[in-house]
Design a protein around this ligand. Structure first.
Ligand SMILES: [Zn+2]
Length: 289
């Protein structure tokens, strides 16, 4: 069955980890992606001002090569790339290593043009990403970590900012449900199907503001495409296109576009994943076809 190419593709989930040396590569990559139909890429920005490069390494999953600032202060480099991208790149502030008063810091980033918030629920060691525990790294109690995350969610909800929140929603189902209960208007994306397709169904069923994305899921989807197709059919307005690509890896974005096309979804479903769902999640106006 043939259907016309989707008009636009929005990648709701990529990372930078790029330095000034990658600027050329990124510019040509964005041109390639634009040609492939990508209109926007939402890119996470690390804002470390306190931890050492070694400590930061404990907060970056294996397999992501940092070509940028070894201490992961990405703000100035990324904002320059955003400016050069002519509206294609939308920056989100990554709060995993953000120190200081969350509200004050987020206000600063909002003023500098950030469009959303990224967080990770790393409440303890032994999490799914095998990353450092944030309470341990920050020297705070789990309760203080919880309060910090809640302040961030409150800020996002009040300012209508989308939140990309990495969380194992099966292991932390109670916390996930508490987020939805306490912040009913918050638009939140638990990426990678929340690490559990079974558990994220419960969240979808309890709030229409919950989304997910397919970032980093390619090997799983390739292995069992039908079950992912069924899932998208069951939740047609929740699954967003995302890639977890670094800004200098446009080939990964192209692979993920092919991956979605290989599922041979109906035109409506495919447009949902590529465009409508990302727009609803990000709070962008709908496109009129
Ligand atoms: Zn990611």
């Amino acid at each position: 069955m043939e259907h016309p190419l989707t008009r636009e593709i929005i990648d709701v989930h990529c990372h930078s980890l790029a330095g000034p040396q990658q600027e050329q590569l990124i510019a040509s990559g964005l041109a390639k992606l634009r040609q492939a139909g990508v209109s926007r890429q939402v890119v996470m920005c690390l804002v470390n001002t306190r931890f050492t490069a070694e400590e930061m390494a404990g907060l970056i999953p294996a397999g992501f090569d940092n070509c940028g600032d070894p201490r992961c202060y990405e703000v100035d480099t990324l904002l320059r790339l955003v400016q050069q991208s002519e509206g294609m790149l939308l920056p989100m502030v990554d709060t995993r290593c953000m120190t200081g008063n969350p509200t004050e810091r987020l206000q600063e980033y909002l003023a500098r043009g950030f469009k959303g918030i990224k967080g990770l629920y790393l409440a303890e060691a032994g999490n799914d990403l095998k990353l450092s525990s944030i309470p341990e790294l920050f020297g705070i109690t789990p309760r203080e970590f919880h309060d910090r995350e809640w302040e961030i969610f409150g800020f996002a909800e009040a300012n209508e900012l989308p939140v990309l929140y990495h969380m194992d929603v099966n292991r932390y189902q109670d916390v996930a449900l508490a987020i939805l209960r306490d912040f009913p208007r918050l638009r939140i994306n638990f990426p990678h199907f929340g690490i559990s397709r079974k558990a994220i169904r419960k969240l979808f069923d309890s709030s229409s503001n919950v989304y997910t994305d397919i970032a980093y899921m390619r090997p799983h989807i390739v292995k069992d495409p039908q079950s992912y197709k069924d899932f998208i059919q069951h939740y047609p307005d929740r699954v967003c296109f995302g890639t977890d690509a670094l800004l200098y890896q446009p080939e990964i974005v192209l692979q993920y576009i092919d991956l979605v096309r290989s599922l041979q979804l109906t035109e409506d479903l495919e447009t949902g994943v590529f465009s409508t769902n990302p727009r609803n999640y990000l709070g962008l106006p709908a496109v009129t076809h």
